[in-house]
Structure formats: C-alpha cells, structure tokens
Design a protein around this ligand. Structure first.
Ligand code: GTR
Length: 332
C-alpha cells in the first residue's frame, strides 16, 4: 500500500498548476483538482461529484473534476491559500476560514441570524448570496455556489450546556475565524482555534472540553464518541461555499466558465436533498450510539449575548445594507 504524503502531493499540485497556467486557454490536460475536508460519502463531496458528472457530460468529456476528500490536501485554511495561488483549482470550504479576509462572508455566519433553513436558503439563492460570492473575487477566488451546512450546536465531554453560564471556563474548539472566537468568548467560554482534523484527538485527550458543529459533521468525524452531550444551541447556520481559483479561471474560456457556473448551480438542489436526508440519518445514528441530546428551552439568553459579535463584524454601510436585505427575507 502506498501511503499518501500530503506535502508531496501538494508540491505535485503546485507544479501541475504551473503547467496549466503555461497552457493558457488551450485544451485542458487534466481534471480540475478539488479539495474537500470531509470523507467521500459526505453531502458536500457527493455534491461536487455530481457537479463533476454534469460537467463531463455537458462538455463531452473535456472537463472533469477530481476530488481529494478527507482533508488529504490539508486543513481548510491551508488549502484555501493554495487555491488562491492556483495550486488547487477548486475547494469546498465553510465560510469560516474566509471571514478574516473577505469580511462580507461574516454576515452569513452571524449567530442567530436565520429564522429557519428556508430563510438561509433564500439568502444564499438571492441577491445577498450573489454579492457575497462576488466579494471573493479580489481575493483570488471565484465563488461558484453555496451549499447547506445546517445549524451548528455545541457538544461537550463532561456536561451538557443548558444556559450560557454552563459555557463558563470550557475550552471550546472553534474554526480558524475571529468571528467564532468572539462568539464563544461572548458566551463565556475559552475559544481554541484548531483544524477540523485535530478535534477528535483534542476531545479524546481532554485538550478541549467541546466543539461545535452540525449533525452530519458531529457524526462523520466521530466526535460524538468523545463528546457525548449535544446541546441544541443552533447558534450559527453559516453555509459551505464552493470556490474556484481565479488563476485557474483565467485559463478558461467564456463558454466553459458559463458551463462551470451552470453545473455548480445545478448541483445545489441535489446537495440539498442529500443534505436533508443526511441530517436525519446522522441524528438517528448518534442517538442510537447513546449520545445525550439536550433541548434548550430558551435560546434568548444566548442570542442576547451575541450583540457584540454583530457590532464587531457588521461595520460598513454596505454590510448593514446586505444584512437588512437578509433579515427582510426571514418571513417571505
Ligand atoms: C463542517 C464544515 C467543514 C469545516 C468543519 C469545521 O461543518 O462542513 O467545512 O468547516 O465544519 O468545523 O472545521
């Protein structure tokens, strides 16, 4: 068996990116390489796979996508950097690692923003979503589409969270994003930024007391084996995003760009169907495995403590305007 060596393959990818840039607009020599933190059967992986099939069909086999799933190419922050430099063509990431350099992405990550899944879908599909995807372009990334990520809740190793007071002193792993740091600190916890791939061990070894995520990630990462209390805070519903490297994009002709956008868009409803089923399946699996699910009667005290997070990450008139549009979509 050949062991996969991430640093070697990263170098190989960078070399491949260079060759592609030299090839300019000519025939593509190889598929688009796409990074994915989740395993092969996760809804985001399946969605990009579906997109790849559509792309191959509609381009008569000229265009294809090869997915490197399971975090083979590294954590999301690293793979994003590689994507900006053209070493990776495509990347499916959460919005969190984009928060620090593309500030409008923080809007969709604000705690307790969305009233329902339907509300978040309207925002992603509508003008605010379009504007946020476009805000990635100056950073070397072409935003192709959003995918669902459901609601994130806290899970802990020693006791459930019933009120914000239960967060006090707990070391909670967060994604590499200042927004998540201030969210956890705003609730009284100690935020510990860490790559997704390190969380399982962190929980097992007691380096952290908990983390936060949606049902499918909690289940597929097996974090539930170490953190048995899942407390339904439903504090964030930040979507996933599929991006393409602007460097790769520069070497693609107009017609193929339109085709790529079309296939990405068409993969969204497919993803949502897979996602909804997976949320249910994951919830059932972890409950069957003995996880204690803790319903929280009153989320108001949590939401009330999040004002400083909103104030810190919504700063410009442009952001306030986008946010007002998103809020108006709540009850449509
Ligand atoms: C998942 C998300 C991943 C990653 C992960 C994390 O829900 O799909 O892209 O952001 O959470 O917490 O790091």
């Amino acid at each position: 068996m050949t062991l996969f060596n991430p640093s070697l393959s990263r170098r190989a990818l960078l070399a491949g990116g260079g060759a592609l840039a030299l090839a300019g607009c000519g025939e593509r020599q190889r598929p688009f390489f796409s990074a994915e933190a989740h395993p092969g059967d996760y809804p985001t992986t399946l969605a990009v796979e579906a997109m790849g099939r559509m792309l191959a069909e509609r381009s008569d086999g000229r265009l294809a996508i090869r997915i490197y799933s399971g975090g083979q190419l590294g954590g999301e922050r690293d793979t994003l950097e590689l994507t900006m430099f053209g070493g990776i063509d495509m990347n499916r990431v959460n919005l969190a690692p984009l928060n620090s350099f593309a500030p409008d992405t923080a809007l969709l990550s604000l705690p307790f923003l969305f009233r329902s899944v339907a509300h978040s879908r309207r925002a992603m599909d509508g003008a605010p979503g379009e504007a946020i995807l476009e805000s990635l372009t100056p950073h070397g990334l072409i935003g192709l589409c959003f995918y669902d990520s459901g609601e994130r809740s806290f899970y802990t190793t020693r006791r459930p969270i019933e009120t914000p007071a239960d967060m006090r002193g707990l070391k909670i792993r967060v994604q590499n994003s200042d927004l998540y740091v201030s969210l956890v600190e705003g609730l009284g916890g100690n935020a510990t930024p860490m790559d997704y791939g390190e969380v399982y061990q962190g929980l097992m070894q007691g380096v952290i007391d908990g983390a936060e995520n949606n049902w499918p990630s909690y289940e597929s990462s097996r974090h539930f084996e170490a953190a048995r209390y899942f407390s339904l805070t439903n504090h964030v519903m930040a979507p996933e995003v599929l991006v393409m490297s602007a460097r790769t994009w520069a070497g693609i002709g107009e017609a193929d760009r339109a085709l790529i956008r079309e296939c990405a868009r068409d993969s969204v409803p497919i993803m949502r169907e897979i996602w909804d089923a997976r949320v249910e399946a994951s919830r059932e699996r972890v409950i069957a495995a003995g996880v204690q699910v803790n319903e929280i009667e009153d989320l108001e005290p949590f939401a009330d403590m999040m004002r400083p997070v909103w104030d810190r990450f919504v700063r410009t008139d442009h952001q306030r305007d986008l946010l007002a549009q998103i809020e108006q979509m709540a009850g449509e």
